[in-house]
Design a protein around this ligand. Structure first.
Ligand SMILES: [Zn+2]
Length: 190
């Protein structure tokens, strides 16, 4: 049986994987960069089992990558937001995505393209703008629909909201249908 941790490894990569190496964790962080803030929206977009999603969010909060606070507009719905420590993962996350595009490409091309807000240039794998050659932080990145984004896939309110150009980190406006009693319960637990 595989050990559950990397205790025997004296390496900072192993220590980073203790925080972000579990299944779903990087996708939760990706969605947080997309501006997803509510438990039900993470769940809708990821399709991860509830208990797993709760656990991943809890781990990210424990390690200081996310915060969880009451939503000022809807106090019963906690809001999850990236901290500076969480945002500092952007270059690693973007580089890993770029690697995936190169070595495990989706049919039809990337689903999203990331551009510099200032000049509209596309980012390279190191988060450098190909047009103005500046290193671009996530607060200056606009996620835009890519050629591989299939409008027929993911008809839910979160995917619909993400199909529009959107600045990373800005809260995503999800025009949800009227919440069912189920979703209200889910938010309390998340
Ligand atoms: Zn630029």
């Amino acid at each position: 049986m595989l050990p559950k941790s990397y205790d025997g490894q004296d390496c900072s990569l192993a220590r980073a994987l203790e925080v972000v190496g579990e299944r779903w964790t990087l996708l939760v962080l990706r969605d947080a960069f997309y501006g997803i803030r509510h438990f039900t929206d993470f769940q809708t977009h990821l399709g991860a089992p509830r208990a797993v999603l709760s656990e991943r969010l809890r781990t990210l909060i424990e390690h200081g990558l996310l915060t969880r606070r009451p939503d000022p507009d809807q106090p019963s719905r906690p809001v999850y937001s990236l901290t500076d420590k969480g945002r500092s993962l952007w270059p690693a996350l973007h580089a890993l995505r770029s690697w995936g595009e190169q070595h495990a490409p989706a049919p039809g091309g990337p689903r999203r393209v990331f551009v510099h807000d200032d000049c509209g240039g596309e980012l390279d794998a190191t988060s450098m703008c190909r047009t103005c050659r500046q290193q671009v932080g996530p607060e200056h990145v606009i996620a835009t629909p890519g050629p591989g984004l299939d409008p027929g896939l993911g008809q839910d309110a979160v995917s619909t909201a993400l199909a529009r150009p959107h600045r990373l980190g800005d809260p995503l406006t999800v025009l949800a249908a009227a919440p069912s009693p189920d979703t209200a319960t889910a938010d309390h637990a998340g």
